[in-house]
Design a protein around this ligand. Structure first.
Ligand SMILES: Nc1ncnc2c1ncn2[C@@H]1O[C@H](COP(=O)(O)OP(=O)(O)OP(=O)(O)O)[C@@H](O)[C@H]1O
Length: 409
């Protein structure tokens, strides 16, 4: 848990120095710096911002570096300094470290950002990251495999991009990379699938709480990014010509995805909710259709309303946290699945939830978080949320954020 947080020159936060508690509420007007404060914690944990990839966007104007420093309750200190050219300096207990994953492990950070609709609707990258966050924190062996896979993939893609016809030497090199990719792929898929299977019931629980009318109707599926019945190495060899034409590697773990599906409860229910223009052609009266209509299946994003999508995104994140925290440490230690035992307290960042979720959803979310051994930082435009927070946490800290300065409330 973060006990003390220091931020320098990150957006409008010139110098911030805070003592923090298990629950921290940042209250302030638009543009006061609330999200920047959450961004700082995320940056320390993940080495990147959730808003912009380029450091020059979040380093304070006219400054060369942005720094975030935290002292944790276990005595460890973590620091990150970002320069405008993206050079990163990382420190753990005054020693320089060269791997962001060391800080990530010390400070697991989960952003619950209901407005991030792109997670459901755009490319697969953010959904893959969602799954990989969980896999990273649950499987010790995942990250090294993933790094090695990324390295080989980068080499392969740069060769594919360079030339449409390979020399014998290049072909031999590519074959050896494909072998390596195949070995890493099998393990990465194994870790992802194992974690995914554990995640599903937690997701179902969160849906039952946050979107009860969709309980039993929403489900997750995992796609490996390639046909896992055949070794990736073999498939890469078979489709080399196509990859050469494309100039990149089309299949593999880097194309993995998770989908959220919606299905009708039964044909009759589906019939009742379907507008007439969506009924199958020639279906005649509703009764006739009820007998013949198949169970409907769709991507959830095509069915849910905007507000429901926010609840779904919240359920995805919350269920990950519940799984991570409720996985019994002894079970983990006793299994042979290369499990990582979570030693640090996860930090949950809630950005402007009062603007995004209705009161019932906020209450479910906060009461679930208050029962979990995690630390919470949340931002809000108004102090309306304070009675609920005071009822759920003992001694929460309220801060007033004003023009980049943070004061105890
Ligand atoms: N690189 C930068 N240097 C200095 N200030 C910046 C930089 N980038 C953004 N800002 C300013 O930082 C301020 C804080 O923004 P932030 O998004 O943290 O506010 P917020 O309190 O979360 O607002 P809202 O409630 O509207 O979401 C904004 O006024 C913005 O103009």
């Amino acid at each position: 848990m973060i006990e003390r947080l220091q931020i320098s020159n990150l957006r409008n936060l010139t110098q911030v120095n805070l003592h923090t508690a298990a629950c921290n509420v940042m209250i302030g007007a638009n543009g006061s710096g609330k999200t920047s404060l959450l961004e700082a914690i995320f940056l320390l944990s993940r080495g990147k911002s959730f808003r912009h990839h380029q450091p020059k966007r979040y380093i304070q104007h006219h400054q060369h570096t942005a720094t975030v420093h935290a002292r944790l309750s276990d005595g460890n200190t973590l620091a990150i300094q970002k320069q405008a050219d993206a050079t990163t300096l990382l420190r753990l207990n005054q020693s320089t470290v060269y791997n962001q994953s060391i800080l990530t492990e010390q400070l697991p950070t989960l952003l619950i950002d209901p407005s991030s609709m792109d997670m459901l609707e755009q490319g697969s990258a953010s959904r893959r990251q969602l799954l990989d966050w969980l896999v990273f924190h649950m499987k010790q062996g995942f990250h090294p495999q993933w790094l090695a896979y990324q390295r080989l993939l980068k080499q392969r893609n740069s060769l594919l991009k360079k030339s449409k016809h390979l020399t014998h030497v290049q072909l031999a090199e590519l074959r050896s990379w494909d072998k390596g990719l195949g070995n890493h792929a099998a393990l990465i898929h194994h870790y992802r699938q194992h974690v995914f299977t554990k995640w599903q019931p937690f997701f179902a629980d969160s849906i039952a709480q946050l979107l009860p009318s969709y309980a039993e109707q929403l489900s997750l599926s995992y796609h490996a990014g390639y046909d896992t019945d055949v070794a990736l190495e073999v498939q890469l060899g078979e489709r080399l010509e196509q990859d050469l034409q494309l100039g990149y590697t089309r299949i593999g773990n880097h194309r993995a995805d998770i989908h959220v599906h919606w299905r009708s409860n039964d044909a009759l229910a589906a019939n009742d909710t379907m507008p007439p223009d969506k009924l199958p052609a020639g279906s005649g009266s509703k009764q006739v259709v009820a007998d013949t209509l198949p169970i409907l299946k769709e991507q959830a994003a095509n069915v849910l309303s905007r507000g429901e999508k926010k609840l779904l995104i919240t359920a995805l994140r919350l269920s990950q946290l519940s799984l991570l925290l409720q996985t019994d440490a002894t079970t983990q230690a006793n299994t042979n699945e290369n499990e990582r035992v979570l030693t640090a307290t996860p930090v949950v960042l809630l950005d402007d939830i009062t603007a995004e979720l209705d009161e019932r959803a906020i209450e479910i979310l906060l009461s679930t978080l208050a029962k979990l051994p995690c630390q919470v930082f949340m931002s809000s435009l108004t102090a309306d949320i304070t009675p609920m927070v005071n009822g759920l946490w003992s001694n929460p800290m309220m801060f007033h954020v004003k023009q980049g300065q943070v004061f105890p409330f």
